[in-house]
Design a binder for this molecule. Structure first.
Ligand code: FE
Ligand code: FE
Length: 329
């Protein structure tokens, strides 16, 4: 049994503002300081970097900080969701703003090349609507797909992953589910666009994350993942395993039986907790989960599933899952 390869979004080490604590829960943390904190966790190999970098850091500064922290870039996430894109990036009613989003994505693509990362991560959080009758549904969905096609076809040597999410910041997001992401990518018709499945987004979108993962794998589109937890009614980005113990186990079981080899990435927003400690707690949990996967009697589980025997299946899961944490160092 080998340890999984772990990563984290750099935003795990940022400070946060919400609509109440508009002074932020802590002082702002620069990109370079976030990289240093990610290195301090121990056990992380990769980070996903928000782009542009903050406090004037250049790409050389970032590369040097990554080297010092013994980290690599897995992806670059351009901030196509900030104030100027409030009414959408790809779907903004103003063509000049749409062009700005595409320009920023071109810059992010260049950063991916320079850093040797695996993909540009596209999170179109403002592409959607807030009110009934606010948009022409045909037109905005077409703009969303056309924008993705334009940027991905301009960089055939790179991969682009779309991270879907049901809502927030937009009241309703266009790329909102696993099924719609598959449909949209098929309609775009390019082979360098895939999906990053965020466990928490699937949960609060009412999906079974294991089922969503399987569906994406069956379409060769599961190119990345984020893991976290929530109370299902919001994207709380809590520490992994603190709420949905069985479902997160089924999610990783699904990845295992499909021989999915990718980075187990944290996407947590520790508003009030220490950012390094929360990451460590989640890695501790994920290592135990990985041991549990090793102990799980998969043959017996498959037999039980063939009979849809929920009782046996869950007893097998509990045997493995509830015995593995104490073995941690
Ligand atoms: Fe995420
Ligand atoms: Fe999220």
């Amino acid at each position: 049994m080998s340890d999984p390869v772990f990563g984290a979004g750099l935003w795990n080490f940022a400070s946060y503002v919400d609509r109440y604590a508009t002074d932020g829960y802590a002082e702002p943390v620069s990109t370079l300081e976030q990289i240093r904190l990610a290195g301090e966790v121990g056990g992380l190999s990769f980070v996903d970097l928000n782009f542009p970098f903050s406090h004037g850091a250049t790409i050389e500064d970032v590369q040097a900080a990554l080297d010092t922290a013994n980290l690599k870039a897995i992806g670059v996430t351009p901030d196509i969701y900030m104030r100027r894109f409030g009414k959408g990036a790809f779907t903004n009613p103003d063509p000049a703003v749409r062009a700005q989003a595409i320009d920023l994505l071109h810059e992010a693509a260049e950063a991916v090349r320079t850093l040797g990362a695996r993909y540009v991560k596209v999170w179109p959080g403002q592409d959607g609507w807030d009110y009934p009758f606010q948009v022409n549904h045909h037109d905005v969905w077409k703009l969303a797909k056309d924008g993705m096609r334009e940027i991905a076809s301009a960089h055939p040597d790179l991969k682009f992953v779309i991270e879907y999410k049901p809502r927030e910041p937009r009241v309703k997001m266009l790329w909102d589910s696993a099924a719609r992401s598959i449909l949209g990518i098929q309609e775009i018709g390019l082979d360098n666009i895939g999906v990053l499945l965020d466990f928490g987004h699937a949960l609060y979108g009412g999906e079974s994350p294991a089922d969503s993962a399987q569906m994406l794998i069956d379409h060769d589109l599961l190119w990345g993942m984020d893991v976290n937890d929530n109370l299902r009614s919001w994207d709380d980005d809590l520490m992994v395993g603190t709420v949905h113990l069985t479902e997160v186990f089924e999610f990783f079981y699904t990845l295992k039986i499909n021989n999915w080899e990718g980075v187990w990435q944290l996407d947590q927003f520790p508003f009030r907790e220490d950012t390094v400690q929360t990451a460590r707690a989640s890695l501790r949990f994920l290592r135990a989960l990985n041991r549990a996967l090793d102990e799980l009697d998969i043959d017996a589980l498959r037999e039980a599933q063939a009979r849809q025997d929920a009782i046996t299946a869950n007893m097998l899961v509990q045997d493995a899952l509830l015995s593995c944490m104490r073995k941690d160092d």
